[in-house]
Design a protein around this ligand. Structure first.
Ligand code: KG4
Ligand code: ZN
Length: 353
């Protein structure tokens, strides 16, 4: 008589994220295909330090990663109450990002890989942002992914964790950059996305008109550089717009233009697809925006998926991506040759992003 025995396969992964200004580490454990459990998760953001310079200075961000990463590493193991021997692999962001910051994380990953003889999984940061949705929801493939962060704006059709098609991208500034650069013009701190979002809540979004880049191109490509320039000209001509009482209206109108462009271009991206009503996953820091979520949930009721807790850069999404691509890991010691552009990562996939 054969018994139907279900084997419990447990995977434990450390995730390391240092591609920009967040040093973030997490240890995740997954049983079979269940939603992973976050055993520990600690981050340090250099935002306040970088605010003095009005944006990310790669060298300063890298120095902060160097200072914070070892204390954070200790913390995640203490909180997870596990011994490094229990790890299965080390997932680390290798691409894309700022070279100095990336190298800090990769160097630490290589060192501990050597110490503990654990394989490294090079992680594509952009795909990790979208796939973070699986930390909170069960979303089936294919899904449409909208990645809106400080460095990227991408419309993707995700066939699996590693297979995707690009439906559109930005030709100049990313959506987050449009928020941050607009914020700089308005005299707000860095990064400005959250501040514009907050100020816009009490403003009139129809008070001022801003252009939508590539409005008539009928494709899913975005352009935000004209929007930023038009804000600069408007403020130069009307300096009173910078007065505290006027900022909410300016922020609301400027934010509306950013989101209008996303909505318009998402429409074109969806038109290209033969399958309709696919799940829509929105990820990256700009997905934290209250209006992005309000507008998209109204337009895509029941099919919109956002994981607000994991939208901005974080180590949990890196560990999660490691779990989802577990078999793509590079065996030790070959993994020690991984370079800052993820030489051993799924090269096919990196070619396209
Ligand atoms: O994903 P992320 O943490 O880093 C990158 O991979 O770039 O995204 C950071 C971006 C910044 O541009 C920041 O201004 C923006 O996300 N952001 C927001 C909000 N919160 C963060 N943008 C609009 N509204 C928000 N609430
Ligand atoms: Zn990111």
């Amino acid at each position: 008589m054969t018994k139907n025995v279900k084997l419990n396969f447990m995977k434990t992964v450390l995730g390391i994220e240092t591609s920009c200004d967040d040093t973030s580490l997490a240890i995740l454990r997954q049983k079979n295909d269940e939603i992973p459990v976050i055993l520990s998760f600690h981050s340090f953001s250099s935002e306040l330090i970088l605010r003095k310079w009005g944006g990310v200075v790669p060298e300063i961000a890298a120095r902060n990663h160097m200072e914070k990463i070892i204390p954070l590493l200790k913390e995640v193991f203490i909180e997870a109450k596990i011994n490094p021997i229990e790890l299965d692999q080390i997932a680390v962001t290798t691409f894309p990002g700022l070279l100095g910051p990336l190298l800090t994380g990769i160097s630490v990953a290589k060192t501990i890989s050597w110490m503990w003889q654990k394989p490294i999984l090079p992680v594509n940061h952009l795909l990790a942002h979208l796939e973070a949705i699986h930390l909170t929801s069960s979303v089936s493939y294919p899904y449409v992914g909208l990645l809106i962060s400080g460095g990227h704006s991408l419309f993707l059709l995700m066939h699996s964790s590693t297979k995707h098609e690009i439906l559109g991208t930005t030709l100049d500034d990313a959506a987050g950059e449009a928020f941050d650069k607009g914020g700089k013009i308005l005299g707000l701190g860095y990064p400005a996305g959250k501040q514009i979002d907050d100020l816009a809540k009490s403003g009139d979004e129809n008070k001022y008109r801003f252009p939508i880049g590539l409005k008539d191109s009928k494709d899913a490509n975005l352009s935000y550089s004209g929007l930023k320039t038009s804000l600069r000209f408007m403020v130069e001509k009307n300096p009173e717009l910078l007065l505290t009482e006027n900022l909410p209206d300016v922020c609301a109108s400027y934010q509306k233009a950013i989101i209008d462009a996303l909505e318009l271009k998402l429409g074109f991206a969806l038109k290209k697809l033969s399958q309709k009503n696919l799940p829509l996953v929105v990820g990256g820091g700009v997905a934290c925006n209250s209006q992005v979520r309000a507008r998209f949930s109204k337009k895509f009721p029941g099919t919109l998926f956002v994981a607000p807790k994991f939208c901005t850069d974080n180590g949990a999404m890196i560990a999660n991506y490691g779990l989802r691509t577990f078999d793509k890991t590079i065996p030790f010691p070959l993994c020690l040759e991984v370079d800052a552009r993820g030489k051993y990562a799924s090269v096919e996939e990196l070619k396209h992003v």
